[in-house]
Structures are given as structure tokens and as C-alpha cells.
Design a protein around this ligand. Structure first.
Ligand code: ZN
Length: 236
């Protein structure tokens, strides 16, 4: 079982760890991980593990049951090895900014249309979000982006807390998730952007919306009658 260090502190860039197991020479499980595993629309972290002055590049992180499996670029690590892990912080921070920006945008779209997000994929350079609405065009999308930027400019604190399921379901924004969250999940990780937005979420986020920068609309697409897609990026 790997402890998810990125859940409590998304800003932790280094950590010591112990190798728990190695599969096929290149898939390493540590006792604790600063590397976020690909999932929930947020792509994998990358970085390095060092052991006895030798460096192993982490090229992919994947959740495997309760473990996080790190794919490294060469064999050599063994069970019991003490290592130092180092995050590719530039990539992670870009993804944190994107992730928080996606929550602001999703909430604006919900406020404007009542539509929930049906899919999203974050990347360091550009991200996309899907939702269902009948009325849609470039101008409407520009309006969502502008409203999201107005929220971001208010320098709102972002917080992460772990709530018992019953407590989480007392929040009106979270009660909507009642049927999609696994019923056996007793504790929910809840990400709040001040009083503006609250979501059950496993991703990594900035501490304050001031770190996001400015959203810029790149492209809009019609994927079906009501299935819409927005692409955006962030300017510093
Ligand atoms: Zn999220």
C-alpha cells in the first residue's frame, strides 16, 4: 500500500521512500509517493528516483489497487532500497494550475446552464472539457471563460479536507454525487475553492486562484447534438 503524499501536500517536491516491490525490473512500488498517478483527467507525474548516486527516471505513475506503480527507465532498483524521490515540479505545477482552473470553469458552466461536466482531459499546454447543452457557440464559450477569469482574479483560497461520507453529503454541491461515488467509500477527499465551489476530487490543486493565471479560449467543438467541447490554455 502506497501512502499518497500528494493528497495532503501538493507542493511537496522531494521525499525519501523505501522500495516495497519491483515488477519486471522497471515497475517500482514505494511505501510513499509524491508522484500523482494518471487518472481522473489529470495525467501522470514524472520525475526521478535516486539510489547510491544513480538516477532512475520516473516516466509513468499508475494506480494498481492500493499501490502506486512507478515505471522507471532502467532496471537496478530492488526491494528494500532506500531512495530519494524528486518530482518534475514544472510539469506538476502546470497541471495543478490547469486542474484548479477546470473546477472554476466547470462551476461557471454549471451556474450558467445547469449542465454537469461529462468528461475532461488536462494537459500542461491545453486542456479540454465536455458537457451537454443545447445552446452553444464561440461567443457563449468566451462568456464562460471571462466569468471564470473574474472568479480567479478574486484570489480565492483553495482547501483540501477529508470528510466522512455523511458529512460530505450535507453539502448541497456534493449531494449530487451521491449516486456516482462508490458507496463503500467512507471518507471523501473534498476540494473547495472558497465558497465558490466544492467537489469530491483526487487531484492536485494550487493553494490560491491567484496562481492560475488567465484562461484563454482556444477552440470550441460540437461533438453531437448537445455534446460540446471547450479547449483552453493558461497564460501566466
Ligand atoms: Zn478535479
Amino acid at each position: 500500500m502506497t501512502k499518497e503524499l500528494y493528497w495532503k501536500n501538493a507542493y511537496q517536491k522531494n521525499a525519501p521512500a523505501t522500495v516495497q516491490s519491483v515488477n519486471n525490473e522497471k515497475f517500482v512500488v514505494l511505501d510513499q509517493s509524491i508522484f500523482y498517478p494518471n487518472g481522473g483527467g489529470q495525467p501522470t507525474d514524472t520525475g526521478k528516483l535516486s539510489h547510491n548516486n544513480e538516477e532512475f527516471n520516473v516516466v509513468f505513475a499508475k494506480k494498481m489497487g492500493k499501490d502506486i506503480s512507478l515505471e522507471v527507465d532502467k532496471p537496478g532498483l530492488k526491494e528494500g532500497d532506500s531512495i530519494e524521490s524528486k518530482l518534475n515540479w514544472e510539469r506538476r505545477f502546470a497541471l495543478m494550475r490547469m486542474h484548479t482552473s477546470s473546477h472554476v470553469l466547470a462551476k461557471i458552466i454549471f451556474n450558467e446552464t445547469g449542465s454537469l461536466i461529462t468528461g475532461n482531459q488536462l494537459e500542461t499546454e491545453k486542456s479540454r472539457m465536455d458537457f451537454n447543452v443545447s445552446e452553444f457557440n464561440r461567443e457563449i464559450s468566451e462568456n464562460y471563460i471571462q466569468k471564470a477569469n473574474e472568479i480567479i482574479k478574486q484570489n480565492i483560497s483553495v482547501s483540501v479536507e477529508f470528510l466522512e461520507r455523511e458529512k460530505a453529503l450535507q453539502k448541497p454541491d456534493l449531494v449530487r454525487l451521491k449516486d456516482i461515488m462508490p458507496p463503500n467509500l467512507k471518507t471523501w477527499r473534498v476540494v473547495s475553492i472558497g465558497d465558490f465551489d466544492v467537489q469530491a476530487d483526487g487531484g492536485t490543486h494550487v493553494k490560491n486562484t491567484s496562481e492560475i493565471g488567465t484562461l484563454k479560449l482556444l477552440k470550441t467543438e460540437n461533438k453531437g447534438t448537445e455534446n460540446r467541447r471547450i479547449y483552453w490554455n493558461l497564460e501566466p
